[in-house]
Design a protein around this ligand. Structure first.
Ligand SMILES: *[C@@H]1O[C@H](CO)[C@@H](O)[C@H](O)[C@H]1NC(C)=O
Ligand SMILES: *[C@@H]1O[C@H](CO)[C@@H](O)[C@H](O)[C@H]1NC(C)=O
Ligand SMILES: *[C@@H]1O[C@H](CO)[C@@H](O)[C@H](O)[C@H]1NC(C)=O
Length: 177
């Protein structure tokens, strides 16, 4: 008959192992979590950053580059959607608003590519990201003016802005480290 001790071990050892692994992976995620903890949408931040397996072993400057690369993918997706939607629009106002977004997105994309390279100068990178943010804001704000219409790409422009915020948070942390 099994002794109470061995019964206990059977229960306790897997628990110990599970918590050990949990702590190890938590330690690796600590930097990512310290970035995401201060974001309004913490889960979005974690999901985005952890979608790149390199994130858990990256330092702040690498995470800065990873965040911009994630954003460049959203830009690509948004530009693809704009091209598709533009061909279907009949209303001149809808057409001009989305064409305006197309121009702003293309300019903002070039700006953040430059920001990606500006790994040495944090304040330069921050200015570039702010500049790109203003361009995306211009795309969004045209839709808030009368006549108010839904922005057909707002899910993607919102995602771009959230990723800009993560970039800003990373730059701020680099500045303090
Ligand atoms: C992103 O920045 C804007 C403007 O500073 C702020 O209103 C918003 O709450 C921020 N979002 C997150 C997720 O921190
Ligand atoms: C961050 O990691 C990259 C790539 O591993 C490395 O080249 C760079 O020197 C590191 N930066 C700091 C500040 O440790
Ligand atoms: C960024 O750097 C890469 C390689 O160093 C270079 O090929 C690229 O043209 C640069 N991009 C910008 C926008 O400066």
């Amino acid at each position: 008959m099994a002794s109470p001790i061995s019964c206990l071990s059977i229960l306790v050892i897997p628990l110990l192992l599970t918590s050990l692994f949990y702590h190890v992976s938590n330690a690796d995620q600590a930097l990512v979590e310290s970035i995401c903890n201060v974001m309004r949408d913490k889960n979005f931040c974690l999901t985005e950053l952890l979608s790149n397996p390199q994130s858990i072993s990256s330092n702040l400057s690498m995470l800065g580059i990873i965040t911009i690369d994630l954003n460049l993918k959203v830009f690509e997706e948004a530009e693809g959607q704009i091209s598709k939607i533009l061909g279907t629009l009949k209303d001149p106002l809808d057409q001009s608003r989305l064409t305006n977004c197309k121009t702003n997105l293309a300019n903002a994309r070039e700006t953040i590519k430059t920001a990606r390279n500006a790994t040495q100068g944090q304040s330069k990178e921050q200015n570039l990201i702010m500049d790109a943010f203003v361009k995306i804001y211009n795309c969004n704000s045209a839709y808030w003016k009368p006549p108010n219409r839904p922005n057909p790409i707002d899910k993607l422009t919102n995602k771009i802005v959230e990723l800009f915020n993560i970039s800003n948070q990373i730059i701020a942390m680099i500045g303090k480290s």
